[in-house]
Ligand binder design. Structure first.
Ligand SMILES: [Zn+2]
Length: 263
């Protein structure tokens, strides 16, 4: 009897861990960090990012990305954080999210996008990393939960500064796993669809990044090392889009081109 119990516990545990890593549909992966801790940690990271990087302060640009982000959030599976969307002055094609819903887009990304839905696709992908809480999962997997506590207590401000700086260099502390990237693509497509943005924007942007990467690898920032682009990834997005029922999507607002010309 005891053996049976042990066996079923083991099976249950295996089931849970497999569920966490494999199912793209499950956004409740194991996480040692509470929502409240993630919010606090996220605010600390955001303050540090904004100390280290130069942001675009033009109110028209700021309000455009906030509006686009908020529209996309209507299609997200959950909204447990108060999201912020900001633009970093940097010509590389990149975007990143820190825990707790703070999302940053490089000016290079906005310039490289050919349509609003292409830009929206990267934002939806980043929103999905936040929704599934990949940042804190990755942080605790790599450094242990004690690091989060240390950061929250603010005992070592240098550590926060270094971790934040590593977001912009090769050894990104939140180098997501392949499974996390694939989940962010999957949820990103779903988020776009539900919010009324054409998910084919994700496909065309991934293809564009792929060709940019081949012609000018230096133009693509961290997006590539943290978001490895493989043919299978593009193919998967294509398959996911093909399964969606037909829908009339939002037209690109003229605002996108206007904002693009301002940065
Ligand atoms: Zn990603």
């Amino acid at each position: 009897m005891k053996k049976m119990l042990l066996l079923s516990i083991l099976l249950l545990m295996t089931g849970i861990s497999v569920g966490c890593t494999v199912s793209r549909d499950n956004i409740r992966g194991f996480n040692l960090v509470s929502l409240e801790e993630e919010k606090q940690l996220g605010d600390k990271f955001a303050a540090e990012v904004e100390k280290q990087r130069q942001l675009v302060t033009d109110p028209a640009v700021q309000s455009y990305v906030t509006q686009l982000g908020n529209r996309l959030l209507t299609g997200a599976r959950s909204r447990e954080f108060s999201y912020t969307f900001k633009v970093v002055k940097d010509n590389s094609v990149n975007a990143f999210a820190v825990p707790g819903g703070h999302i940053y887009l490089h000016t290079g990304l906005i310039k490289a996008a050919q349509s609003e839905s292409e830009l929206a696709s990267v934002m939806a992908h980043e929103i999905s990393h936040v929704v599934a809480r990949h940042g804190t999962q990755q942080l605790t997997q790599q450094y242990g939960a004690s690091l989060v506590l240390q950061l929250l207590l603010g005992q070592d401000p240098n550590m926060l500064a270094q971790l934040t700086a590593s977001l912009f260099s090769q050894g990104a502390f939140m180098a997501y796993s392949r499974g996390m990237e694939s989940q962010a693509d999957y949820l990103g497509v779903e988020t776009m669809y539900r919010a009324g943005y054409d998910p084919r924007g994700m496909l065309s942007f991934l293809k564009k990044l792929d060709s940019l990467h081949q012609s000018n690898p230096g133009s693509i920032g961290q997006f590539f090392s943290s978001h490895p682009l493989t043919a299978s990834r593009i193919q998967q997005v294509q398959l996911d889009i093909a399964k969606l029922p037909p829908k009339t999507y939002r037209e690109d607002s003229g605002e996108f081109k206007r904002i693009q010309s301002k940065i």
